[in-house]
Write a protein that binds this ligand. Structure first.
Ligand SMILES: Nc1ncnc2c1ncn2[C@@H]1O[C@H](COP(=O)(O)OP(=O)(O)OP(=O)(O)O)[C@@H](O)[C@H]1O
Ligand SMILES: [Mg+2]
Length: 220
């Protein structure tokens, strides 16, 4: 599935509301199917903001976002959230796990919400692959930063979405885990998954098929 943005713009206002503290200038990009696309750029340049717009969670002031053949911001909030959950796996920046649920429950929850059976064996296999199997029954709030990062990755990829949007997927990870995450994302592109990754990691950049740079709200 392709993902594209056409002339999207967005502003964040500070407390005084007078002038924006951040502006994402009219941005267009194509994220082709089955490729790994990376966005790099300084802290505060707007990478996560752009990712949220592409994920369908932050409505741009202007412009369109197309996922597959669907203009997602023309959908109702409910339709868009359904469409997003079906097609897009998001690995947000920071800790996004549901802290009071166990590691396993964090992953099985979407299956339960959508009334699908919980594929225990698949979940165990992927937890093993990401070194989390021993922590399966532990509450997510007890995980280390790197373990939480890996849990967020597993949550996003386990249901094999067509598109993965990953914000700093290798942040907080050691060498072996970084390699494991990057090679898994790359492997998923080989079977047709579209991956867009924001990263500060030079090695991650090396895995990408195309790299964009963000500078002060402008995508170069
Ligand atoms: N919810 C918000 N309310 C107000 N301003 C915000 C909000 N989120 C982000 N900003 C501002 O928008 C700008 C861009 O933020 P963004 O999170 O997109 O940067 P980034 O490129 O992802 O940075 P980093 O590499 O540090 O994650 C920053 O100056 C930030 O302070
Ligand atoms: Mg960010």
């Amino acid at each position: 599935m392709n993902l594209s943005a056409k002339n999207v713009s967005f502003k964040y206002y500070g407390k005084k509301k007078k002038k924006p503290i951040f502006e994402l200038c009219s941005t267009s990009l194509d994220v082709p199917e089955g490729k790994l696309t990376a966005i790099i750029g300084h802290s505060g340049s707007g990478k996560s903001t752009l990712l949220s717009i592409l994920a369908g969670v932050l409505r741009p002031e202007k412009g369109d976002v197309t996922v597959g053949n669907v203009d997602i911001y023309s959908l109702s909030d409910r339709e868009r959230s359904f469409y997003r959950n079906k097609n897009i796996g998001v690995i947000p920046q920071g800790n996004s796990s549901l802290k009071h649920l166990t590691v396993f429950e964090n992953i099985s929850l979407p299956y339960e919400m959508y009334g699908d059976g919980v594929p225990r064996e698949n979940i165990d296999a992927i937890l093993r692959q990401f070194g989390l199997i021993e922590l399966s029954d532990e509450p997510a709030c007890g995980l280390s930063g790197g373990e939480q990062r890996r849990l967020a990755i597993v949550r996003a990829i386990v249901r094999k979405p067509s598109i993965i949007l990953a914000d700093e997927p290798t942040g907080d990870l050691d060498e072996d885990n970084r390699k494991n995450v990057l090679s898994e994302l790359k492997k998923m592109t080989m079977s047709g998954t579209t991956v867009l990754m924001v990263t500060h990691d030079k090695e991650a950049e090396g895995y990408a098929d195309q790299v964009f740079k963000m500078e002060n709200g402008v995508l170069l």
